[in-house]
Write a protein that binds this ligand. Structure first.
Ligand SMILES: [Fe+2]
Length: 119
């Protein structure tokens, strides 16, 4: 059986970023947690995250705690619910309805601990 947790795998976009599943719980909680890593040269292109599978038909929320890269790797979204640009970058948004992206990391690596839930 292929190991699905605690291992970096290539992201869906195949743009060089990686993600590691920490946990994913279905009914009745619908919560998940991922660690994403964007190394130098990689980016996350502009996209939305449509609801699929057990999440389908629900509103998707994500709360991200980000350790920025040394240079580049800037998050942008057409709308956010909450954004804090402190020593740790924190953003709370609706990835299912808002276009969002991470610019190419130029130096270092960007890490984001991402908690998601659906309601
Ligand atoms: Fe996304």
């Amino acid at each position: 059986m292929k190991k699905k947790y605690f291992k970096f795998t290539e992201g869906r976009q195949r743009s060089g970023y990686e993600r590691m599943k920490i946990f994913s719980l279905g009914r009745p909680l619908y919560v998940d947690c991922y660690l994403t890593r964007v190394k130098a040269g990689a980016a996350i292109r502009r996209h939305k995250d449509p609801m699929r599978g057990k999440w389908k038909g629900k509103k998707h929320y994500r709360l991200n705690f980000v350790k920025p890269a040394k240079k580049g790797g800037i998050f942008s979204s057409e709308a956010t619910i909450f954004l804090w640009n402190g020593p740790v970058f924190i953003c709370f948004f609706r990835p299912d309805i808002c276009w969002h992206e991470v610019s190419q990391v130029e130096e270092g690596a960007r890490y984001a601990l991402s908690f998601g839930w659906a309601r």
